[in-house]
Write a protein that binds this ligand. Structure first.
Ligand code: HEM
Length: 120
């Protein structure tokens, strides 16, 4: 049963990531880039965000087997890039970033950035 409706046995169900990620039912300011919403916390204006609705590795007994490794890789890569480089978006070359297509996975468009070694 999904949202009070019976689904026939054998039906394949998927969660549409873009819809969930932009849903006002799940997020405060759904169209805003607010990384700190992921920190939660009782005092945060984003405390009621439904972070558990975000399931990029799917859900259930057949969810992604490699998700812990993927998290380690992503943290390492992101931390390493941000430690070594200043990254700036080139908006003119990138175009309208909100004009995206997303089915099961995201049909990613180029994200053109200016990358400079961090001055130390
Ligand atoms: C950001 C990176 C990744 C994302 C977003 C991702 C996402 C997913 C998703 C959505 C599924 C389908 C789950 C389902 O059918 O319900 C899946 C399955 C799977 N993933 Fe990943 N994955 C990632 C990285 C990895 C890595 C690094 C590995 C291995 C080292 C891996 C191994 C697998 C395997 C083996 C399955 C099949 C599990 C099964 O059918 O029981 N994934 N992944």
């Amino acid at each position: 049963m999904v949202l009070g409706k019976w689904v026939p046995e054998g039906t394949t169900l998927l969660v549409h990531h873009t819809s969930v990620s932009r849903s006002p039912a799940a997020w405060t300011d759904p169209d805003c880039y607010v990384p700190e919403r992921w920190l939660g916390g009782a005092e945060s204006e984003y405390r009621d965000d439904r972070r558990d609705w975000h399931q990029p590795f799917s859900y259930g007994p057949r969810n992604c087997l490699g998700q812990n490794m993927a998290w380690h890789e992503m943290r390492l890569v992101a931390a390493s890039i941000l430690y070594h480089f200043d990254v700036e978006l080139c908006e003119r070359e990138t175009g309208d970033w909100l004009d995206q297509k997303c089915w099961i996975v995201w049909d990613r468009k180029p994200l053109i950035c200016r990358v400079r070694p961090v001055a130390r």
